[in-house]
Structures are given as C-alpha cells and as structure tokens.
Ligand binder design. Structure first.
Ligand code: GLY
Length: 397
C-alpha cells in the first residue's frame, strides 16, 4: 500500500478518523516507518550470524537466551521471516529455517499454553511462505499438544502447570488469546473442528470473565479446576488483581480481533473494541503505554513499549474489521512514538531493535529492556502499514 497523509484521511473517510481514537491528525510518517524497518533489518543482519539459540531478554542491551525457546522461541524465527517478507533476501529465509527447526522438540510439549506463541510466527509462517508441508504437520502436532490443556468443565485452556498436577490447574491468563490462532489454523488445514471449537470456547470464557465494565482487564482469572466454577481475578505481571497490565490488555485487543476475523462472531469484535477503547482512553500523550494502566504511579510510571507494538498491530486489524479508521490513526500514533522514542538506533551496543519494554515490574525483573516479542510486533506493525498484502500472505491476515 502506498501510504501518505492523503490516503490516511481518504481510505475510510475523513469523518471516521475522529472515531474512538479521538479527533486530530496522525503524525505518522511513512518515511520514518521505512527507516525503522530498514534499521530492524540491519540489526538482524548484524546479530543473526552469531545467534544459535533463542533471544529472551536483554541485559545491559545484550541478548540473553532461552535454549529450549522458553515461551519466546517463536519470535526470533518470526522476526527473520518478517525480514524475509520485506527484503526477499534468501539469507533471512535460511536463518529463519535454521532457527525454527530448533523449536522441533517443543511440538510435544504439553506443560504450557504458550504453544501458539511458539509455533505460529515460526512454523505456521514457514508453511505459508515455503509451502513445505512438514511445517504444517509440525504445527498440527503442536496444536494437538495445546488442546490437551483444555478444561471442558470450565471451557478454558489452562495457562501454567504440568498436566496431572494441581499446580495452577485452574489458572487462565489473558495472554492465551494469542495462542488460539494456531488452533484455528489447524482446524482449517485438517477440516477437524475440534481445535476451532476449543479456541472459541476459550475465547468465550475469557470474554465472559476478564473484561470489567470499563473495558480494563486483569492479567489472570482463576477457576476451580474440577467444577470449572469462577473464583476471581488475579495477577502475575500486573500491579494487582484489580489493575490493568498493559501488555495483557494488548494481547486481548489483538487476540479478540483475530478471533473475530476467524469466526465473524460479533461478541469477539465488541470485546476487542471495549478493550481498545479503554487502553486508548488511558494512553498517555506520549503514546507509549505505561507497564500497568492502573499502577499507583500511572501515568508517570515506567513504560512497556512491547505493549505499544502489540496494541498497534491489534488496532490496525481492528480498524479493518470495524471500518473505524480512528483505530488505524491511533495505531499510527503509537507506532510513530515507538519509532521516535524507543528505538535503539543511537546505541553502539544494543542487540535489539526496540528498547523500553518491561517484563514483570511486579517481580522487579526485566524493567525497560528489550524482548524478541517487542521487536517482532514492531516489525509486524510496520509491515501492516508498509506492506499489508505481503504480510497478510505470511501471517494469514
Ligand atoms: N506472555 C507473557 C508475557 O507477555 O510476558
């Protein structure tokens, strides 16, 4: 898509710009976005030759690694695939394949719900870009592992804890909305509805219990693992059970919009809008989310740029799903702010692309650092603006 101020205000009609995001002009600059993506590709070209594991988080600007992939192992191959989509440089494809293959042992992992995070940006994208059915078959196997975590009594996918143990047996987290698209993909590929049915059931349960009347969400909701009865909200990475962890809110916006796109269920779109409207309402004027919208220090608290990148992706999708261009404009503002104030461009030392992301402020770990998911969703958001058709073919938009 050629993108300029004119298309911004004509594509969906100028009146829609004043929608949920509020009136006013977007400051987005396509040249700035192109420069940011060029920077990302330069950074990947310089770091990838020496990376034989999965970047997890930076320490003093240098990657630390999770050799088995942790929950983040899909994002490094995912970034390399996105770089390939943008550049058509075969070197990125080679690196992406090498990296994605290292995730193979995780196909049979039933100990976590993060299987969608691991296999969607890596193996599903690999299948879409190469047509090699072994990636598709691996994704099907991974989805088979994920659905073993489904609790039919509560109609949810259990987030954490080894199956067959009481450890976190009734715990659901908002992040899991992002694991569902692996299941919709597998139903579509195999013609077997059971994966989709579980994804829909989990999304319905999340929709019923997570959003508060104002559209904010807790990170966690606990259920009785035997009866499936609701217990109540809780948190792991947010400030408290009554707060609103900004990355969780962003996972919800993105995840509910995706589930709407896959199912056309109006309630999922309504939920995505509700979550988006809350986040946009509390977003600070610098357009970079604080780590928790309801921390006592908010809005003057530390940032989580990764929440901004994820939210920008979700808002662009939401604008398309609703026809409300205000969400697109809001996404451009966030993206513009990330490019302006959060890139590592002036550091000689930085391994990552996007700085100022926060993992778990509550546990005092990973404060304003970089993550592979911050970098991945920044690149995805930039491609959503600059090359939506090519990106759509790669990630199934
Ligand atoms: N899914 C874990 C996180 O967002 O930190």
């Amino acid at each position: 898509m050629s993108f300029n101020r004119r298309t911004l205000f004509t594509a969906a009609g100028a009146t829609a710009v004043a929608g949920a995001a509020g009136a006013g002009q977007a400051e987005a600059s396509p040249r700035q976005f192109r420069q940011a993506l060029d920077y990302a590709l330069r950074k990947l070209r310089s770091t990838a030759p020496n990376i034989k594991s999965f970047p997890q988080e930076t320490k003093f600007e240098k990657w630390t690694f999770a050799d088995d992939g942790g929950w983040v192992g899909g994002f490094w191959p995912g970034q390399l695939w996105l770089a390939y989509v943008d550049s058509h440089d075969e070197q990125f494809k080679t690196w992406a394949i090498e990296s994605a293959l290292r995730l193979a042992p995780r196909r049979t992992d039933t100990s976590t719900h993060d299987i969608g995070f691991l296999f969607y940006p890596s193996w599903v994208t690999a299948y879409r870009l190469t047509g090699d059915k072994s990636w598709r078959d691996g994704a099907i196997e991974a989805a088979g592992s994920l659905i073993q975590r489904y609790n039919p009594a509560g109609r949810f996918i259990r987030a954490w804890g080894k199956l067959g143990t009481p450890d976190n047996a009734g715990r659901v987290i908002i992040d899991c909305m992002m694991n569902l698209d692996l299941l919709t993909f597998v139903s579509q590929e195999t013609g077997d509805r059971k994966y989709l049915d579980i994804a829909v059931a989990h999304a319905e349960t999340t929709r019923k219990f997570f959003p508060r009347p104002d559209g904010s969400t807790p990170h966690v909701y606990d259920f009785d693992p035997v009866s499936g009865a609701p217990i109540g909200p809780n948190t792991n990475q947010g400030y408290s059970p009554t707060s609103c962890w900004s990355r969780g809110q962003a996972w919800g916006i993105y995840g509910f919009t995706t589930m709407y796109r896959r199912t056309r269920r109006q309630e999922f779109l309504d939920t995505a809008r509700k979550l988006a409207d809350y986040a946009l309402d509390v977003l600070t004027p610098d357009h970079v989310p604080v780590w928790d919208y309801r921390s006592p220090l908010a809005p003057n608290d530390i940032k989580d740029s990764s929440a901004g990148a994820i939210m920008a992706c979700g808002l662009i999708d939401l604008a398309r799903a609703t026809g409300r261009y205000g969400y697109h404009v809001a996404a451009l503002r966030i993206l513009d702010a990330l490019c302006d104030t959060c890139l590592t461009t002036r550091s000689e030392r930085a391994d990552a692309i996007l700085a100022r992301a926060t993992r778990n402020r509550r546990n005092e770990t990973g404060i304003e650092v970089s993550f592979p998911y911050g970098d991945y969703y920044l690149m995805e958001a930039l491609l959503r603006v600059l090359k939506p058709r090519e990106l759509g073919a790669a990630i199934g938009l």
